[in-house]
Write a protein that binds this ligand. Sequence first.
Ligand code: NAD
Ligand code: MG
Length: 290
Amino acid sequence: MTENLDIESDNQAFPKQSQQEPGLQSEMSPIPNDGFKEYIGSGRLKNQKAIITGGDSGIGRSVALAYAREGADIVLNYLPEEESDAKEVKKLVESLGQKIKLVSGDLKDESFSISLIEQAVQFFGEPTVLVLVAGKQQAQTDIRNLSTKQMIDTYATNVFSLVWLVKAAIPYLKNGSSIITTNSIQADSPSSFLVDYAGTKAAIKNMTKSLAKQLAPKGIRVNSVSPGPIWTPLQIVGGQLPDNIPSFGQDTLIGRAGQPAELAGAYVFLASKDASYITGESINVNGGKK
Ligand code: NAD
Ligand code: MG
């Protein structure tokens, strides 16, 4: 449960800014709200063991902090350039008395993806939830500028790694465990400048449903979260067109971008016993944007 989140209700413009991919949350202005101060845990994920990708910043970070507040231990994946953001998460999680292991590495690499699962099992035994949040998004207004490298990197990060991680995790996932993927409003309403990215998110949403069917007999639930415009590093490292940054998120019904903290509850819910009869679903957290 998130209480008294400090969010401006009026439509304040974000300052124009850019960083190199993958970017650091600590250098953003304003720094995204990860909900650490406001989230109140009540043991909903007690004894759970979560592997979280993209957990250093943005949505993944707020998920990691809320999971820790709910009693879960965590293995956190991120890219080596993001070590400083990841170390902040480690400190915060440990301050709550939960265990956390940082495992940096590139999910585009199949052997690393497999080793992430193996390292997690060595650290805390069998995971109970696999939370896939890592993602790559680069805007290109003209398909003639969409390079084969960008296309391959976007699909490898967002789609191929999902398959590699799930394949490696299945032998360890017991009856009652779950997998949570991250798609996007782009899966259903693609922007003109996100041809490759939006395609990966549609794939993830679809694969969530086929995996739910395949894994239900093993007692593994598979669900997804579909964020709308959320203030995170992804947007200011080239994910969004620079001119769109100031008014980012103002085209939603709620009239502002979401903060990462506002996503944590959906991921907690899907991993918890409250969602024991939910599989193959996607939860929209998008300010009412269509
Ligand atoms: P973010 O930049 O904080 O998180 C993305 C993370 O992906 C990075 O921190 C990085 O650790 C990880 N990552 C990227 N490439 C990787 C690689 N090759 N190997 C390992 N890790 C890699 O931004 P975010 O917005 O919190 O993104 C989290 C997820 O939310 C992504 O899947 C994104 O597509 C999705 N999403 C975001 C928005 C939004 O508006 N921010 C909207 C819809 C969906
Ligand atoms: Mg990051």
